[in-house]
Design a protein around this ligand. Structure first.
Ligand code: HEM
Length: 367
């Protein structure tokens, strides 16, 4: 057989895969350097945490059992018997929360930097779809340990889906696998969590990253007009190795934070779900759903003869649609070099609203 000599392995691989083309692409890619450059690291951080979820999720799969009779016990086994099982499960759960947080930071930073404008509209749309998928990952994963809190939170969450006009009952049955939350719901959520959502997210992520690569990083309008006024080119740095090495530092810090959180505050398991027990007090969803939960809770039973919950669901749906269509709705403020103050104010209001509603759930659980 004609094996390549050890020193020639690189050449052998190169001749077949032409990996140097990738390296060349990385060296050609440049990242703008200005006072807001820190936000460019958020997409990479989200990507890193997504990868960490996949890796720790695969390890959890080796011991997890997706049935009402065994799910809770299998997670208990992971936490107490499997070597480092507690660490892997705690990192998976903490990292899921950090991922959602960093994803929101990434999304709002591209919003404020106006990175959704032509030609990046589809990058924005694929991002909004990734946000929806990430929330669905969180919702489906929450039920998997089959504990009391998750069981009742899923009951409330799927009830809200059931209240949507026309398609509500169909959605409720699709999610629950019947009229009620049962072991069948758990099996479905498992299927969504480990197969449907990862496959869809991988495709969308591929599109998102391809578009980022194609269009390069955007420069905020304010920075661009500043450079124009001063008659100079905007500064940049090479992606490979300068930007990637900085990315790596951030990822090492993230791993450190996650390991510390997992060691100091291992993720709790609670008590096994009992479908026949009454719902405990203070049921609430994961923090990133709380602003919607609180909005629905604050609405009166009826407004002008229309059910309050329906108005809330319609309002949240409309807000989602407006968010998706941001690239088409932002007109830019004339005479400000491409800035749009009204739109930025709208973004600040959205953050304030979500933050106040979320804190409200935690400080006044019954209110
Ligand atoms: C799993 C979720 C996501 C991952 C892994 C991800 C990853 C990335 C990466 C690596 C970049 C390039 C670096 C950067 O600009 O930070 C990027 C850029 C971008 N992302 Fe995301 N992203 C995600 C979700 C989102 C969401 C939710 C939105 C908005 C709704 C979004 C909109 C954009 C836009 C518009 C850009 C271009 C930025 C520019 O050119 O300056 N992404 N994303």
């Amino acid at each position: 057989m004609n094996w390549p000599k050890p020193g020639r392995i690189r050449d052998w691989i190169e001749e077949r895969l032409e990996l140097s083309a990738l390296e060349e692409m990385g060296r050609h890619k440049r990242v703008p350097v200005h006072r807001h450059s820190i936000w460019y690291y958020m997409g990479g951080m989200t990507l890193f945490l997504f990868g960490l979820q996949v890796a720790t999720g695969i390890l959890l799969l080796l011991y997890y059992r997706p049935s009402a009779g065994e799910a809770f016990e299998s997670v208990q086994f992971i936490m107490t018997q499997v070597p480092f099982g507690w660490l892997i499960r705690s990192i998976h759960s903490w990292s899921a929360n950090l991922l959602v947080f960093v994803l929101f930071v990434h999304m709002f930073s591209v919003f404020f930097m106006k990175a959704y404008r032509r030609p990046r509209e589809i990058t924005w749309f694929s991002g909004v779809a990734l946000l929806a998928l990430t929330m669905a990952f969180g919702f489906s994963g929450y039920l998997l340990p089959w504990n009391t809190l998750a069981f009742f939170a899923t009951q409330v969450g799927t009830e809200v889906a059931g209240a949507v006009p026309v398609v509500g009952h169909f959605m409720l049955k699709l999610l629950r696998g019947g009229e009620h939350v049962t072991g069948g719901t758990l099996t479905r959520f498992y299927g969504f969590h480990v197969a449907v959502l990862p496959a869809t997210a991988t495709l969308l992520l591929g599109l998102h990253l391809l578009l980022v690569q194609k269009h390069g990083m955007s420069v905020p309008p304010a920075i661009e007009s500043e450079a124009k006024r001063e008659g100079r080119e905007a500064r940049t740095m090479p992606f490979l190795p300068n930007f990637l090495l900085r990315d790596l530092i951030g990822w090492c810090v993230a791993i450190g934070i996650l390991a510390a959180l997992a060691a100091i505050l291992p993720w709790e398991l609670g008590t096994k779900a009992d479908p026949f027990a009454p719902a405990p007090a203070g049921i609430r969803p994961e923090w990133y759903f709380c602003w919607m939960f609180q909005t629905l809770k604050l609405l009166p039973g009826h407004v002008l003869g229309i059910e309050g919950e329906l108005i809330g669901i319609f309002g949240i749906g409309l807000a989602g649609l407006v968010w998706l269509l941001v690239p088409f709705l932002d007109p830019g403020t004339p005479g400000t070099g491409g800035r749009s103050r009204l739109f930025s104010a709208f973004g600040v209001l959205a953050i304030l609203y979500m933050a106040i509603m979320t804190v409200w759930v935690y400080v006044a659980p019954g209110g």
